[in-house]
Ligand binder design. Structure first.
Ligand code: NAG
Ligand code: NAG
Ligand code: NAG
Length: 336
């Protein structure tokens, strides 16, 4: 009798484990091979750190956002395109033995304005070398047609020269996620680098269905993390009645949202299907929240100052090697 009781308890525990394993990504869930939530918690902190206004703090890795999970990081290069107010950094993460590449999101006057503007973005550029693939020229150019591309690639090459052929983890939040995506694809297609991994947070759509399909071929393990009602992943809009003409996300989305009520609320990381536009993920809710856009995995993505391009104001404090295009590439070691 005693025995049977125990067995029943064991069985019940097993069932509970199976059930929760399906919802929450537990160790025994095969989805951990698709989405690594430990890695996500690390990368989101790197993505947040780039919103630090003071570049000295960022460079010396003493910023308030240079959080607990990401100690032991060595900055290799901060790339700033002063003219276009864009920023990225490249460095080495000793605890995960990887190159980290982070792009900064929008710096326009207010995030609300930027979001409104996203409603009207056209698919207005043929992606080079990929028939039928169309992308948004603004997002494409922010990476390809500014000094960011050269700066980031040179930072990656330096890091790999020092530390060997380690994985390259590319991340970014919001528009930084869009640029991170173009960068990852560029590194695989044009630079033929291996070990390129992409995980973005709250990024907008960047291309059409044909583009998404190429993207999936080249970066089959890419992850787009979305959060609850975050408005940005809903933009530019997806029109299901024009499947060939509309913007279309690349896979794979991981939608983080709360379920339950009141004190029984808990957070679920839903691994979405490989279509890029899983109707049961963030598309199942209306994208109405700017607040959900600013918080990812409990980390605030709020820029210290949205109102101006602080990079320009701060850069006089540091000595940069300015190139003719207005890019400021931090000269390593010259005054630290
Ligand atoms: C997830 O990522 C962490 C940090 O990079 C790593 O230590 C761990 O082994 C990874 N887990 C899986 C299942 O790949
Ligand atoms: C890149 O910039 C140049 C000069 O501003 C411009 O003529 C060209 O059309 C841009 N290319 C793309 C793809 O936007
Ligand atoms: C990091 O990875 C590279 C390439 O796999 C390897 O050669 C190197 O020994 C690793 N470094 C550390 C500190 O684990």
């Amino acid at each position: 009798m005693e025995r049977r009781g125990l067995l029943r308890v064991a069985l019940l525990l097993c069932l509970l484990a199976v059930c929760s394993g399906r919802e929450l990504t537990s160790k025994h869930n095969p989805s951990t091979t698709i989405y690594n939530s430990t890695l996500a918690k690390i990368l989101v902190e790197y993505a947040a750190a780039i919103y630090t206004a003071d570049l000295t703090q960022l460079f010396t890795w003493t910023c308030a956002r240079c959080g607990d999970l990401i100690k032991g990081f060595e900055m290799i290069e901060i790339v700033v395109d002063v003219e276009n107010c864009l920023e990225a950094y490249v460095g080495y993460a000793s605890d995960i033995n990887a190159t980290i590449v982070v792009f900064r999101g929008t710096q326009e006057n207010s995030i609300q304005n930027w979001v409104e503007d996203l409603l009207w973005k056209q698919l207005d550029l043929d992606y080079p070398g990929m028939p039928e693939a169309m992308v948004h020229r603004g997002f494409y150019s922010a990476y390809h047609n500014t000094t960011l591309r050269d700066g980031v690639v040179s930072g990656i090459q330096k890091t790999r020269k020092f530390y060997g052929d380690i994985p390259i983890m590319i991340t970014g939040h919001s528009m930084g996620g869009a640029m991170a995506s173009f960068c990852a694809l560029d590194l695989v297609v044009n630079y033929r680098l291996d070990g390129v991994r992409l995980m973005t947070f709250g990024q907008p759509r960047i291309g059409n269905a044909a583009f998404a399909s190429y993207f999936k071929t080249y970066l089959p393990h890419a992850i787009r993390v979305t959060h609850a009602h975050d408005i940005v992943p809903h933009l530019p809009p997806y029109f299901s009645f024009f499947p060939q003409k509309t913007y279309h996300h690349f896979p794979r989305e991981v939608w983080i949202h709360n379920v339950g009520l009141g004190t029984l609320m808990y957070s679920v990381e839903k691994i979405c299907d490989d279509s890029g536009e899983d109707p049961t993920c963030s598309r199942s809710v209306t994208g109405t929240s700017v607040r959900d856009h600013i918080y990812y995995l409990g980390v605030s993505m709020h820029a210290e100052d949205w109102s101006s391009c602080r990079i320009v104001m701060d850069y006089s404090k540091l000595q940069y090697q300015m190139d003719l295009n207005g890019a400021a590439i931090r000269d390593l070691g010259s005054h630290l």
